[in-house]
Ligand binder design. Structure first.
Ligand SMILES: [Zn+2]
Length: 303
């Protein structure tokens, strides 16, 4: 949530997103659109994904009344109808998920019972940068009162993510929320005043104060905040466990409960909260995982 000297522009590695049509009961062939070589399933059907990425998973169904659910690293993955005879789900690989092999478990429920399917996902370590910052001591070594405030604000934010809408609200591809200089700090390990701190869970885009910030897609304003670290912010619920966050705003132009269209302004870039200069902190929460926001804009979602 802090702007700092710019590390190199984010590598294109996060673009390694892919659509996987999963083999279902040995009937449907695996299909991948689009893909990168390292993300192709291996001969044994193994799927590779880097920390901070999203796996878009299509599951064919043979009965119209079937329902699909999934679990990855104990996180529930909601699936939703996606065209005829198909469900889709988005599996987030958290920026700190442990590298190595993990199981993606998918269950197809139908009148004739439940089919349990298991897939191997190889989580690949992302090469995050290190962000060294010097900040006023009282914004780093918090007094008891501020610490209590910060903990309460963190709890409130976590609670906002509990609502899992049954249907996607988004409409076509995802947008960048603001035009500016992308600092590439997603996932960076932060050393503040010489002390190791939590990694940076979103992306920072530097832009002049007052630049309009747009909704990356259609959603409902689930929360507006004025937090110690994040400053003024907006949280949008896009359905099926997908939330976008916009922090350090100078101004909030929406209210809780409001439906907002893709591209509609929700506030203005600022430097509220703990920020060293005007920028947007853009974060994404997907079913319990913190993913690179640019993983969403790269998803092959058609209009
Ligand atoms: Zn940030």
């Amino acid at each position: 949530m802090i702007s700092a000297s710019p590390p190199p522009h984010p590598s294109t590695s996060w673009k390694f997103l892919f659509v996987v049509c999963l083999l279902l009961a040995s009937i449907f062939p695996i299909q991948i659109v689009p893909s990168a070589e390292r993300n192709r399933p291996g001969a044994n059907g193994q799927i590779n994904g880097k920390q901070g990425q999203v796996l878009w998973v299509n599951v064919p169904i043979s009965q119209p009344q079937a329902k699909v659910s999934g679990v990855f690293l104990k996180r529930k993955i909601p699936f939703f109808p996606n065209g005829d005879n198909q469900y889709a789900g988005m599996v987030g690989i958290d920026m700190e998920d442990p590298p190595g092999m993990q199981e993606l478990s998918i269950t197809v429920h139908s009148d004739s019972g439940s089919d349990h399917l298991s897939y191997s996902v190889l989580i690949i370590k992302e090469d995050y940068t290190v962000q060294r910052l010097t900040l006023p001591k009282n914004t780093v070594d918090l007094d008891a009162k501020t610490l209590k405030r910060v903990q309460q604000e963190k709890k409130e934010l976590t609670e906002a993510f509990h609502h899992i809408g049954a249907h996607p609200l988004w409409d076509g591809p995802f947008l960048e929320p603001v035009n500016g200089r992308v600092t590439g700090v997603f996932g960076s390990r932060r050393v503040i005043n010489g002390q190791p701190r939590n990694p940076h869970s979103g992306e920072d885009i530097a832009a002049p104060k007052g630049t309009p910030v747009q909704a990356i897609n259609k959603g409902i304003v689930v929360k507006t905040v004025d937090h110690f670290f994040s400053g003024k912010g907006v949280v949008l619920d896009h359905g099926v466990g997908l939330f976008s966050m916009y922090f350090h705003l100078s101004e909030i132009d929406v209210t809780t409960g409001q439906t907002i269209q893709k591209g509609e302004a929700l506030g203005k870039v600022g430097a509220t909260g703990r920020a060293t200069g005007p920028h947007l902190h853009w974060g994404i929460h997907l079913n319990g995982s913190r993913i690179n926001p640019y993983a969403l804009t790269a998803l092959p979602i058609s209009n």
